[in-house]
Design a protein around this ligand. Structure first.
Ligand code: ATP
Ligand code: MG
Length: 483
């Protein structure tokens, strides 16, 4: 056992409480996994995993008694969890695992700390701190986790073929940790043996549930530089299993010396641009905006045409793409709710702001955009600005300048006309009462005419203007007010 004493990492009082309780019960307890790793990386972590040589559930129960807190017990998993002052502590008994071919659910037996460390996914996730009085804080690092951490290496403790074939989720976790732990100062790399092994074992993905796959994808999407994760998924052949539609974006075709962009690398660039824009705007990462970035050009391969006069076109890819979103979400068992609709809307509208940049920016075009995007207009502008990628920096600079003009125009028109949360000033009830009529198609038609008139700037967005306009239109339909 290593005798490195780690100072400062176990100062929180929860650790001495666990230490004392374990000694009272005559069992050994260790902090293990992510918390230990993140201590050395200087990343704050409020999730603590405790492994016990003995019963994790019994130790958790004892501690909950001391702290007068509740404990949640997950009997099937042999784990227990309690919360203390904003920290979440999970307890598990040290275990030995063996796997069957058709499931990532292991057969579990009681084991030692060493057995338990062997079942962990990566060397950097297998380090433990002792909570025993005699060597409190000693680092137990049997596989050189510290060495790999400082070298930025993701490596499995066992033969990678065993680790990945036993539980293929670990292949996605390898990509996730490489992406999440990388910083501008230090890139985390998956060791070549493990990369080769992932390629060999990619088809093991078939035993994973879609929910687990999406959980990992989401975590990759939420990192500061998601492109790295998707490049890894691609180079390990996992992408085919995860999101085959995205693989189809790869490649460049050339006809008559004219080539189009590689839509896969463009998409990843847009994704990174969105992530950077969120940071710059001081926003929290928005998972659904990132999905929209990932999928914004998804239908480009299906709409690609070559026109000898103008070159490559992808007409309608935003419409077809938006239509595909429910299918893609469903295939991944993702929610088919307002989040999906949001992604769908952003995909469908992603060209609209930039179209305003190249065409003349009329008030009515801006009002229509505000009307259709509603409260998602700011997100749409982030996506659209992120979509400006070109190898020609002058072109990018020119487009971005014009883009700022569109943004200013949006603010100006919104201040004047308040279209963003457009509510038709004329309601159906009002029309029915005014003319003494029941529900009929005509009401919808009149309301539609009012809406169009406001969006076109024929009348202003107020009840008085809308009412006068509507009365005139109604007269043409032969309606006169009853009062
Ligand atoms: P995060 O900060 O993202 O939560 P973490 O390392 O805590 O990172 P968890 O998914 O919370 O990751 O898992 C906790 C620990 O359990 C890991 O550090 C690892 O040791 C172990 N672990 C989790 N899932 C697996 C798995 N599928 N195979 C092997 N070990 C795993
Ligand atoms: Mg964790």
């Amino acid at each position: 056992m290593s005798t490195t004493i780690t100072k400062g990492f176990l100062d929180d009082e929860i650790f001495s409480i666990i230490s004392k309780a374990a000694s009272e019960m005559g069992v050994k307890a260790f902090v293990i996994g992510g918390y230990v790793r993140d201590c050395f990386l200087g990343r704050p972590n409020k999730d603590i995993d405790i492994v016990v040589q003995g019963s994790g559930i019994a130790l958790a129960g004892h501690i909950a008694g001391i702290l007068h807190t509740n404990v949640s017990v997950f009997k099937n998993f042999g784990t227990a969890m309690l919360r203390y002052k904003g920290i979440e502590v999970e307890f598990v008994g040290a275990r030995k695992e063996s796997y069957r071919r058709n499931s990532r659910k292991p057969i579990v037996e009681d084991g030692t700390l060493e057995d338990d460390q062997l079942r962990r996914d990566f060397t950097i996730n297998a380090m433990a701190f002792s909570l025993q009085k005699e060597d409190y804080g000693a680092l137990v690092d049997p596989f050189g986790g510290i060495r790999d951490l400082s070298a930025g290496i993701i490596r499995t403790p066992l033969d990678p073929d065993t680790t990945f074939s036993d539980d293929p989720l670990r292949m996605l976790r390898a990509v996730r940790f490489a992406t999440k732990l990388s910083t501008p100062e230090q890139e985390f790399k998956i060791v070549p043996e493990a990369l080769d092994s992932i390629r060999r074992n990619a088809s093991r993905m078939e035993i994973l549930s879609k929910e687990r796959i999406v959980e990992e994808l989401n975590k990759i999407l939420l990192t500061p530089k998601p492109s790295y994760g998707f490049e890894l998924l691609d180079s390990t052949n996992l992408l085919e299993w995860v999101l085959p539609q995205l693989s189809k974006l790869k490649g460049v075709e050339m006809i008559d010396g004219k080539a189009h962009k590689d839509n896969f690398s463009h998409t990843l660039q847009v994704l990174d641009n969105v992530a950077a824009a969120e940071v710059q705007a001081g926003r929290e990462p928005n998972l659904w905006l990132r999905w929209a970035a990932l999928l914004h050009d998804i239908a480009k391969p299906a709409t690609k045409r070559f026109d000898p006069a103008i070159g490559w076109t992808f007409y309608g890819h935003e419409i077809v793409g938006a239509r595909w979103i429910p299918k893609i979400f469903q295939s991944l068992k993702m929610p088919l709710n307002e989040k999906m609709k949001y992604v769908q809307k952003l995909v469908e509208l992603h060209l609209r702001p930039i179209a305003l940049v190249t065409e003349e920016v009329t008030d009515s075009a801006v009002r229509r955009l505000l009307f259709e995007a509603g409260d998602d207009i700011d997100d749409l502008m982030i996506l659209c600005s992120a979509d400006i990628t070109s190898k020609n920096p002058q072109k990018v600079a020119r487009l971005k300048d014009n883009f700022e003009l569109v943004k200013a125009k949006l603010v100006e028109v919104e201040a004047k006309d308040a279209i963003r949360n457009f509510k038709n000033p004329i309601t159906g009830d009002y029309v029915m009462e005014l003319y003494g009529i029941g529900p009929c198609n005509l009401i919808g038609k009149l309301k539609e005419q009012v809406k169009e008139a406001i969006l076109d700037g024929v009348i202003e967005n107020s009840f008085e203007a809308a009412d006068a306009f509507m009365r005139e239109a109604a007269l043409k339909e032969g309606l006169t007010p009853v009062k």
